[in-house]
Write a protein that binds this ligand. Structure first.
Ligand code: 3UK
Length: 550
């Protein structure tokens, strides 16, 4: 590794042992120098190349050019170093909704050689305290509107010595300090392999894991997925829903637009309603969001003008073919599905518009390799389901966590997803490996049944899990949110079951169906299958559900 610029060596000290790392491949063609500060490359380069007057970040209330943003970043970096005593390698907790100011603080930390720990705004003090202790955080910068939970966090841990607020009244705000700070700041001379980001997994169970990412990783995802698959141009305007604390949002709403010298719209709330309001008004060309949002936008769109959009990216969970088809029919746009993971920072299997196969995730992103392996770790033949393994210029390094050995096996990242590769090299998602339903000895992938149900005109959303059953071990159970005009009665349940039986091998049909008003989802848009499984396990069975005689 190159000589670190970190005076605080916590992150390097807590990297997994070298032999536990994934093998990094295809780094040489990316041509990164040993010394690299990603904030300079992503931001200052835009100013140096003459885009200083171009809008970088737009929100409903402000618009900052690259020049203005670069100056704010320098001022904040000076505040961090002079007022808050930030040393290279110190971790800084960020707690903000998606705003231009969050982005400015983010880049200031990177530029000063600090390590960003961004947290989702919905996290509670209990969850934040775990992060604070794990990342050994002593400094936090927080939007004043999110102060309550931040102060509760301070009470739960004795590590957090300094919390600074952005916005609000008074003289001790970040903005007030920025006014007197110098607009010049020389970037910390970080090594390309100095850690700059601790990304906490949106894990559903167990203690959260901190994934570690280098300065070079932040560029690698731009120069692989974004440059080769998404292919944005300078005139593009990005918009989307994921929080910047989720690396899907970080890449899609900040790193990719900046690397392309384009513009990003940041919305503090970016549900389907807000996106539908913003799109005709702000005319974005590229959108990043989750499958469920595409469905909700279609359901609510009315005659909203979506014609500004030219590229639509979906990730976070599987994109059912029915959703792809409906979006294509309504807008003429082919959604670009892509599987990414916090461990690999961003998307590693996807397809360009001209190579999309609806229903498949795609092929390995240029720079990455992927394979499907069996329980023995050996490749399975094409057409056979198995565990997905990938490697590329980015990969998993958990901060001091024994689970490193589960994710990285023989130098490959094993994501925990079951996939099938076809003879043409396309990868077809089946399920999370631990989400496969075993019913009467059959392996059934919940997402496949969900995808089929979603093609039925009465179904708005659904989640399919295994429910305990004395005879079959597990039965397939579907939790269904109906479209407003449908009635959830036994007749419809039967019709849905017949529909699945006609579309898929009959043993996959949902023997139990329950109509619900909403499904449990994470802040990153993922269905919480474990929550549904818990409900299914504690349900007495037929209560509230429609069940066909079988
Ligand atoms: C699942 C998908 C099917 C899959 C992420 C894009 O989701 C992201 O990161 P997470 O760490 O979760 C990773 C897991 O989510 N998944 C993601 N995308 C897809 N399953 N089709 C997809 N298109 O189980 C994966 O292992 O929260 C996504 C970019 C950055 C990210 N961090």
């Amino acid at each position: 590794m190159a000589q670190s610029a970190h005076l605080d060596t916590f992150t390097r000290d807590n990297l997994p042992a070298r032999e536990m790392w994934p093998e990094f491949i295809n780094l040489d063609p990316l041509g990164y120098p040993d010394r690299l500060n990603c904030a300079s490359e992503l931001l200052d380069r835009n100013v140096a190349e003459g885009r200083g007057d171009k809008p970088a970040l737009v929100s409903p209330t402000t618009s900052w050019t690259y020049g203005q943003l670069a100056e704010k970043v320098n001022r904040i970096a000076n505040v961090l170093v002079s007022d808050f005593g930030l040393k290279p390698g110190n971790r800084v907790l960020l707690r903000f909704p998606n705003t231009p100011m969050m982005t400015a603080v983010y880049f200031a930390v990177l530029k000063a050689g600090g390590v960003v720990v961004a947290t989702m705004p919905l996290l509670r003090a209990k969850e934040m305290a775990v992060i604070v202790d794990k990342a050994e955080l002593s400094l936090a910068v927080c939007d004043h509107r999110l102060a309550d939970e931040m102060e509760l966090t301070r009470k739960r841990t004795d590590r957090l010595r300094q919390i600074f607020y952005s916005g609000g009244e008074g003289r001790d705000t970040l903005e007030a300090r920025m006014e007197t700070a110098s607009p010049e700041f020389t970037a910390c001379d970080t090594a390309a392999d100095d850690v700059c980001l601790l990304g906490f997994t949106s894990g559903t169970t167990g203690e959260p894991k901190a994934t570690m990412h280098f300065h070079r990783d932040m560029l690698a995802i731009c120069d692989c997925y974004s440059r080769e698959v998404l292919r944005p141009v300078e005139s593009d305007v990005f918009i989307g829903s994921p929080p910047l604390a989720f690396t899907f949002g970080l890449g899609g709403l900040v790193l990719f637009p900046f690397r392309a010298g384009a513009t990003a719209i940041l919305l503090e709330k970016a549900g389907p309603d807000e996106l539908l309001a913003a799109i005709p008004q702000m005319r974005p060309t590229v959108i990043f969001t989750a499958p469920t949002a595409y469905r909700a936008i279609l359901a609510k769109r009315g005659d909203t003008d979506l014609s500004s959009l030219r590229k639509c990216v979906s990730a976070g969970e599987a994109l059912p073919k029915a959703t792809w088809d409906d979006w294509h029919a309504a807008t003429g746009i082919k959604i670009l599905d892509g599987i990414g993971a916090t461990e690999l920072l961003h998307i590693f299997i996807a397809a360009r518009e001209d190579e999309v196969r609806p229903g498949a995730t795609g092929k390995p992103v240029p720079g990455y390799e992927a394979k499907v392996i069996g329980p023995d770790g050996k490749d399975v033949p094409d057409g056979t389901p198995g565990r997905l393994a990938v490697r590329g210029p980015t990969g998993c390094r958990y901060l001091a966590d024994p689970r490193q050995a589960d994710y990285v096996v023989d130098g490959w990242n094993v994501t925990g997803d079951t996939y099938i590769r076809d003879a043409d090299g396309y990868f077809w998602y089946q399920a999370r490996s631990d989400d496969m339903i075993v019913s009467s000895g059959y392996n059934i992938a919940g997402p496949e049944v969900e995808g089929t149900l979603l093609a039925h005109p009465a179904v708005a959303e659904c989640g399919v899990v295994g429910a305990p059953d004395p005879d079959r071990g597990r039965i397939v159970k579907a939790y269904i949110v109906l479209k407003p005009d449908a009635t959830g009665d036994a007749e419809l349940a039967k019709a849905l079951q017949d529909y699945v039986k006609a579309e898929l091998a009959p043993y996959k049909y949902p023997r139990a169906i329950e109509f619900v008003t909403e499904l449990p989802r994470t802040e990153t848009g993922k269905l919480q299958r474990f929550a549904l499984r818990d409900i299914a396990a504690t349900d007495s069975g037929d209560a509230g559900s429609a069940r066909a005689a079988s």
